[in-house]
Design a protein around this ligand. Structure first.
Ligand code: SF4
Ligand code: FES
Length: 342
């Protein structure tokens, strides 16, 4: 057994016992944050520090083990000052929740708290950069997204949810009116070419982020104009074509090649694309089971089978997203898929 002194008490405990466990046995409470009984400790918050008066060291009590003759003080001026500094440091990087509930439920995982802080500072350039880091079509989504983020807003417990969708729309609209709207930095040409089939929200989003990685993208679509369901299934009252065209224009301006009125299975085949391009992204919307049955792509009644993490299909180098892989009609989910594929 090992005998230690903790504050004004003495205890003998088995070797391997932590200072925290020994203190708890004496009924002494030490504050902790990252420690949870029963789980391995990772000693990251350092809130649990105590002072060993023998060595003069501050020790994380949740992981430091007792040593014979230790003389531990769990609450003195030095310990309190250290805990205070540690907490200040932790809070300086964590405003509000570590991960806000609104951000967790946004299918595009946009950093909503950061955008709101930047709006508060009237830093529109920073705000649009934050928005476009995850959402390629924010002015569009600002008009049609059902805003699942607002359902989880903590503010609802006081009065009503923050109007996140409207805030994002304002940021995007202001940017579209700028003389020099936001243009992301694109990496140097990677030498890789990507074919994207379907110029709807998922395909446009994939093109936007793949271009930023330096990949040369070609967008194929069976319609006359890009936009997919955003153009052909949503009324002008909800989404003005001028807004859609303006945001698509920003994506195409990154050097995307458009091949319109080109339909998979008619003007070209999947195998053609696989031999001509380094990767193929399928975002054709509803699944054409008759066509895909003849390829080696696997599908279920919900859509093409993919790896949910990478969105890669059963064929290497062929990715799929949007309503081709899940029946959800939410454009924000399709936009999120495009980002994930890139
Ligand atoms: S895209 Fe939709 S869910 Fe995501 S932040 Fe905007 S309104 Fe909320
Ligand atoms: S409780 Fe976090 S380091 Fe000990």
């Amino acid at each position: 057994m090992i005998t230690v002194h903790i504050n004004d008490k003495t205890i003998s405990v088995a070797p391997g016992t932590s200072i925290l466990q020994a203190a708890n046995q004496l009924g002494t409470t030490i504050p902790t944050m990252c420690y949870l009984q029963g789980l391995p400790h990772n000693t990251s918050c350092m809130i649990c520090v105590v002072e060993d008066k023998n060595s003069g060291k501050l020790l994380p009590s949740c992981s430091a083990q007792v040593e014979e003759g230790m003389c531990i003080e769990t609450d003195n001026a030095r310990v309190r000052e250290f805990r205070q500094d540690t907490l200040d440091l932790l809070l300086s990087e964590h405003i509000g929740d570590c991960q806000a509930p609104c951000q967790r439920v946004c299918p595009a995982f946009m950093n909503i708290p950061l955008m709101i802080r930047q709006i508060q500072q009237k830093d529109w350039t920073a705000a649009i950069r934050t928005v476009k880091k995850d959402i390629a079509l924010p002015a569009v989504l600002g008009r049609i997204c059902p805003a699942p983020c607002e359902n989880s807003c903590n503010r609802r417990h006081h009065d009503e949810a923050v109007s996140i969708c409207l805030l994002k729309r304002i940021v995007a609209d202001i940017d579209l009116q700028m003389v020099e709207p936001f243009k992301p930095v694109c990496a140097a040409d990677s030498g890789h070419r990507v074919a994207i089939v379907g110029a709807g929200p998922a395909g446009l989003s994939a093109a936007y982020y793949l271009a930023q990685c330096g990949h040369r993208c070609t967008l194929f679509d069976r319609h006359e104009h890009p936009g997919g369901n955003l153009r052909y299934a949503i009324s002008d009252d909800r989404l003005a074509k001028s807004v859609l065209d303006a945001e698509i224009g920003k994506i195409i301006a990154l050097g995307i090649e458009l091949k319109m009125q080109q339909e998979l299975g008619r003007q070209f085949q999947l195998d053609d694309l696989r031999s001509e391009f380094d990767a193929v992204v399928l975002t054709t919307g509803d699944i054409d089971t008759a066509y895909y049955r003849d390829t080696q792509l696997q599908h279920t009644s919900r859509g093409l089978k993919i790896d949910r993490q990478t969105l890669v299909t059963a064929l290497s180098g062929v990715f799929a997203g949007g309503s081709l892989v899940s029946p959800s009609q939410m454009a924000v989910r399709a936009v999120g898929h495009g980002r994930t594929i890139a």
